[in-house]
Write a new protein. Structure first.
Length: 131
C-alpha cells in the first residue's frame, strides 16, 4: 500500500480534507508517525489503516478506517493490537483514542483488557421524526 492509498481511504471513509491528510502522511513535525501507524493489506489491497501521532511517552490514535466489507472482523482489532505492542515497546505510557462503544465493541474490549481509563463520554442528541 502506498501513502496515496492510505490518503484515499481516510478521505473516502472519514471525510478528512485531502491536503491535511497528505501533509500529515509525509511525517512532518505534526504528522502521523510513519513507523507506528499501521495498515492492513489483504490480497495486495489496502483494507484498513490506523494513523498515530507520537510525542515521547504519549501517543494518540488519530484515525482508524476500515473498508466496509472488513468492518466487525479481525482488521480493526489487529490494527490496534499491533500498534499497542509497538507503542509499549517504545515506552509509551498513555494512548489516547476515541471510540463509539456501540458501533465498535472490539475497541471497547481492547480498552477494558488494557485497563484503560475513560476520560470523557460524549452524548449525541437526536430528534425522533416519526411521530
Amino acid at each position: 500500500s502506498s501513502p496515496g492509498d492510505v490518503c484515499r481511504l481516510m478521505i473516502d471513509y472519514l471525510g478528512y480534507p485531502s491536503e491535511q491528510v497528505a501533509e500529515r502522511l509525509r511525517g512532518t513535525e505534526h504528522g502521523f508517525s510513519q513507523t507506528l501507524s499501521r495498515v492492513a493489506v489483504m490480497e495486495g489491497k489496502l483494507v484498513g489503516a490506523l494513523l498515530i501521532t507520537y510525542r515521547k511517552t504519549i501517543a494518540s490514535i488519530d484515525a482508524t478506517a476500515v473498508l466496509p466489507a472488513h468492518r466487525h472482523t479481525w482488521v480493526n482489532t489487529a490494527l490496534k493490537y499491533s500498534a499497542m505492542e509497538a507503542l509499549s515497546a517504545r515506552g509509551v505510557e498513555r494512548v489516547r483514542f476515541s471510540a463509539n462503544t456501540v458501533e465498535h465493541p472490539d475497541t471497547a474490549k481492547i480498552a477494558v483488557r488494557a485497563e484503560a481509563r475513560i476520560l470523557s463520554t460524549l452524548r449525541q442528541p437526536f430528534l425522533i421524526l416519526d411521530r
